[in-house]
Design a protein. Sequence first.
Length: 104
Amino acid sequence: MKILYNLEKQILKNKDQHVIEYRSKKISYKNFWIEVVSLANYFYLNNFNKICIIETENENFFYYIAMFASLISGKTYIPINANTPKKRIETIIDISKTDLIITS
């Protein structure tokens, strides 16, 4: 995948620079990659094939980590905005037969 290739290229080139700054938190390319690979292994080892991530209004860098982890592990990533009506979120989860739901 081109997006993963480009991310890997950036990590090798800028490993100590910040890839994400969120409020008072900063995460370097190197630490971002470590978190992504660790979570990807968790998804893979626990056989989570469909991962639903309900992103809250308080954008959190963990959602980005989860998205890339699902791509690396070959799993399906289902992003849902937290402003989506509750009934629609429940329907998406039911229809997709989600294995794991991540939200704050």
